[in-house]
Design a protein around this ligand. Structure first.
Ligand SMILES: [Zn+2]
Length: 410
């Protein structure tokens, strides 16, 4: 499956809710390049984020292009239409060159019986990897074949509009309750090849909880075993089914999954595999930290965002209910936060688990609370511009020191 556009081995998805931090984000990739490691920047924004913020996909392309021009970045970069489906893809087609086909909602819907029969007749036991048998292949296909066929429909819609080989394709199944096991992943990849989707990244749901804005919750040793098995499944699928040679895992981190980063780094080192690490909300939280650290009006606005998020927490949390875990008793009262210094605010929010003042409940609430800032509109954006130095410093430092260094430079 030929691709004109090939995603590099190491790539970083960097979402930016308000499209103001492109240069600060790209600076983190420049720091990696200065150390001899190419980390390809990919600006991602999901349809859900666009709806909440009220933005258009073209704004992500404009942000990426202008950051690249401003910093003189001469290497590859991409714009990812994140978590799109057949109903939402159209307005993303022109400005994006990376598409994350989200078919999680179609998992478990039964495929046509004759398609299932054909699949098992064609693939048998998928070579017997992971102790697969034709019966197990059938069970997995019954669960995932319909979803992969849906991915095929989305892929062909984009391909017919843009032309083959002009974009990078990711298939994502991460936003679902049950993780996909490595043997299921192999069956999914066989089906992706059958559909003719030249997937370069695949985002399964991994074992454990990936709550928004905070660390991984789960068995890190089990994650590491499965992550390595997933890499083996990908290698098998590339050889057996002719999928693109650079096909790799995409980790939708929901921000900062620091405790699994060493496992990911080890797996890449021992197997030679690459990875796409997708982040988004972590940058918006650094904006708040930067506003707070600027003091004065910046700090006042950061406090106001918290007070509003606190007042509307139910509404803000609802779309993210399955991926947050907030103990409301641990949320400070806005009156308390209004008395905080810049350092108090930054210490409570910044994702430094060694800091006694760090509050993961506050962090999760603010992570999903960006609608508050969206509603402030120009008042919020103007304050970002006013506090640009401290905001940019925090955005760059976070992406480089907490993400790039731990995953790609470890
Ligand atoms: Zn995702």
């Amino acid at each position: 499956m030929p691709n004109a556009l090939i995603l590099g081995k190491f790539s970083l998805g960097m979402g930016d809710r308000f499209a103001r931090q492109g240069r600060a984000q790209l600076a983190a990739c420049q720091m990696a390049a200065a150390r001899g490691v190419e980390v390809v920047p990919v600006w991602n924004k999901s349809n859900r984020e666009h709806l909440i913020v009220g933005s258009e996909p073209l704004s992500v392309r404009s942000e990426a292009d202008s950051a690249v021009a401003a910093l003189g970045w001469h290497s590859a970069y991409h714009v990812d239409a994140d978590h799109i489906n057949l109903n939402t893809v159209d307005r993303f087609i022109a400005p994006s060159d990376f598409f994350t086909l989200d078919v999680a909602a179609a998992i478990g819907r039964t495929a046509d019986m004759s398609a299932l029969d054909d699949f098992v007749a064609r693939h048998g036991d998928c070579g017997g990897a992971f102790s697969l048998t034709p019966a197990k292949v059938r069970t997995a296909a019954a669960k995932y074949l319909h979803a992969v066929q849906e991915a095929g429909r989305i892929y062909r819609r984009i391909e017919s509009s843009r032309g083959p080989g002009t974009f990078i394709t990711e298939v994502s199944m991460d936003e679902t309750d049950l993780p996909q096991t490595p043997d299921e992943l192999l069956v999914i990849l066989a089906a992706i090849a059958d559909e003719g989707i030249p997937a370069q990244t695949i985002a399964p749901k991994f074992t454990g909880r990936f709550n928004k804005g905070v660390d991984y919750v789960g068995d890190v040793a089990q994650f590491e075993r499965e992550f390595n098995d997933d890499i083996a499944a990908i290698r098998t699928a590339v050889e057996r089914y002719g999928l693109p040679a650079n096909l790799k895992l995409s980790v939708h981190s929901g921000s900062d999954k620091f405790s699994i980063y060493p496992a990911i780094a080890r797996a890449m080192k021992s197997t030679g595999a690459g990875v796409h690490l997708k982040t988004a909300g972590t940058t918006w939280l650094e904006e708040l930290i930067g506003l707070a650290e600027a003091g004065g009006a910046g700090l006042a606005l950061a406090r106001e965002v918290y007070a509003e998020a606190f007042a509307h927490s139910e509404e803000l949390c609802a779309p993210y209910a399955t991926v947050i875990d907030i103990d409301t008793a641990r949320l400070p009262q806005p009156s308390e936060v209004n008395a905080w210094t810049a350092a108090d605010y930054a210490n409570a929010l910044r994702h430094d688990q060694s800091c006694p003042a760090f509050n993961p409940h506050l962090r999760q609430l603010l992570h999903v609370g960006y609608k508050v800032a969206a509603k402030m509109g120009a008042r919020y954006l103007d304050m970002l511009a006013e506090c640009e130095e401290s905001v940019a410093r925090n955005v760059t430092e976070n992406l480089f020191a907490r993400h790039i260094q731990r995953v790609f430079l470890a």
